[in-house]
Ligand binder design. Structure first.
Ligand code: AMP
Ligand code: ZN
Length: 473
């Protein structure tokens, strides 16, 4: 069986991945808070964990992986948006969830197997909180339920800090009812104008962290394989998830492997809503950047390295993908090559895997031109194209769903009609000078021209330059 190695934030080591049950490999990834469009930084964990999902499905079988990603649909940012806009919370969260799915599908992410909404699991959260109060890990104070960090000896282990360091370094909310400033909210009271549910502590709503503990327990069990998210969530969110889950289910180990993606940055700072230095996935798509290009750019940097989005990277990715799509047109995927699978198995080395795709495309270009070149013993074009397609598909690239953009960005039909009409009259007059002039100009603009008795086919080539078309008609 193929060996997958992953860098586990819990041990800070690259470890061999051993699933609890190879027939049901289980992964949980923290999803978005749904009050606004996702910015492109939010797409990074989605793409990274989509590659891991595809790899796990490749290694263990499609039906042997369960991927859960939640929607946080109860949150003070959502409440504020509802108050500011006068719209209902349901309307805002439904709309934002749909946007999110549309945008993430546009960058080639498969839907996770389960996408629970926090509000569907309030009962499970209340049960878990009750258990934590009973076992002394949580206490009730002024209508709030708080988790007592001192009750859990391993608190801070994931992020490698002591409780004292955290107090010194964090902007903690000092509330008189907290026994320790690091204690965090499991449940809080809701006023009548805010969403609330009946609970043993009165009408209220959950704190942010408890939902992931409750939903992962309900859907994946008390121990599962992989937990993922951006490294900005490591503290406090993931630290708190561990504390809640391990205290509520002391027999379980919660997640065995923790994976964290690094941040997408803008001039050295994390792209985030609060800093205002963001643009959305939808902005890029609307500007004509294909989703496949966005995906490629992300995959060209290893997930554990910070990265910037630049227009230059997008241009290069676009040219590569366009070339690959043209070269593989008409061929079908077969099996991914060993080197690509191995690169992904080595802690998702997508950068290296893309390098292997470059090599395959060079080989394909060469064998497609074999008629013109000397003899060699390389495989037939359909074999190489089959490898390239299947290997790219494993990264979620060159899939049929993400295609179409490579030819649809320019409409050359009026040029084709014009060239055909010129050709028809030239057949009678026997003067082909105008036909030749237009053909030369089109070729000069990087258009591929195919003429026959029945019609003219034009397609933008790799060096297509639309500005050179001006004045040709
Ligand atoms: P949020 O809705 O802010 O909780 O974020 C949803 C997901 O996006 C989480 O996994 C975050 O870690 C991740 N995330 C947020 N900002 C960035 C960024 N600039 N780069 C990469 N991941 C991010
Ligand atoms: Zn979470």
């Amino acid at each position: 069986m193929t060996v997958i190695k992953l860098t586990n934030s819990k041990t800070r080591k690259k470890e061999v991945f051993k699933p609890i049950d190879p027939n049901n490999v289980r992964m949980y990834v923290c999803g978005p808070t749904v009050y606004d469009r996702a910015h492109i930084g939010n797409a990074r964990p989605v793409i990274v964990f989509d590659v891991l999902y595809r790899l796990l499905r490749h290694v263990y079988g499609k039906d042997h992986v369960t991927y859960v990603r939640n929607f946080t649909d109860v949150d003070d940012k959502i409440n504020k948006k509802a108050q500011d806009t006068g719209r209902s919370i349901k309307e805002i969260t439904d709309e934002t969830m749909q946007w999110y799915l549309d945008d993430m599908r546009a960058v080639g992410a498969l839907d996770p197997d389960k996408m629970p909404r926090a509000t569907e699991f309030i009962g499970a959260m209340i049960t878990m909180i009750e258990g934590l109060v009973e076992s002394g890990h949580a206490y009730v104070a002024e209508g709030h339920v708080l988790f007592s960090v001192e009750s859990y000896k391993d608190y801070g282990k994931l992020s490698g800090r002591s409780i004292d360091d955290m107090i010194a370094g964090a902007r903690v909310e000092i509330a008189p009812y907290k026994r320790n400033p690091m204690d965090f909210v499991l449940w809080k009271p809701s006023s009548d104008d805010l969403p609330g549910w009946d609970s043993p502590w009165g009408r209220g709503r959950p704190g942010w962290h408890i939902e992931c503990s409750a939903m992962s327990y309900e859907l994946l069990g008390e121990t599962f394989d992989i937990h993922g998210g951006g490294n900005d969530l490591m503290f406090p969110h993931h630290e708190n998830e561990i504390a809640q889950s391990c205290c509520a289910h002391p027999q379980g180990g919660f997640a065995n492997y923790w994976l964290h993606n690094e941040m997408l940055q803008v001039e050295g700072k994390k792209m985030s809503k609060s800093l205002g230095n963001f643009f959305t996935v939808r902005d890029l798509l609307d500007q004509g950047v294909p989703g496949e290009v966005i995906r490629f750019v992300f995959l060209s940097t290893h997930y554990r390295k910070p990265m910037d989005w630049t227009a230059e990277k997008a241009e290069q990715a676009k040219a590569k993908l366009k070339k690959w799509r043209k070269l593989t047109k008409g061929f079908a995927p077969t099996e991914p090559i060993k080197e690509v699978v191995e690169a992904l198995c080595d802690d998702l080395n997508t950068h290296y895997a893309l390098g292997k795709l470059y090599a395959l495309s060079d080989m394909l270009e060469y064998v497609l031109g074999r008629g013109k070149t000397q003899k060699h013993d390389l495989p037939e074009p359909e074999v190489v194209a089959g490898w390239l397609l299947a290997s790219a598909n494993l990264l979620g690239l060159l899939t049929p769903e993400l295609g179409g953009w490579e030819t649809s960005d320019v409409d050359l039909s009026s040029y084709a009609d014009h060239l055909f009409a010129l050709r028809q009259s030239a057949m009678e007059s026997k003067d082909f000078s105008e036909v030749d002039a237009l053909k030369t100009a089109l070729l000069d603009a990087g258009v591929e021209v195919r003429m026959s008795k029945t019609g003219v086919e034009l397609e933008p080539g790799l060096n297509f330059d639309a500005s050179k078309l001006e004045g040709l008609l």
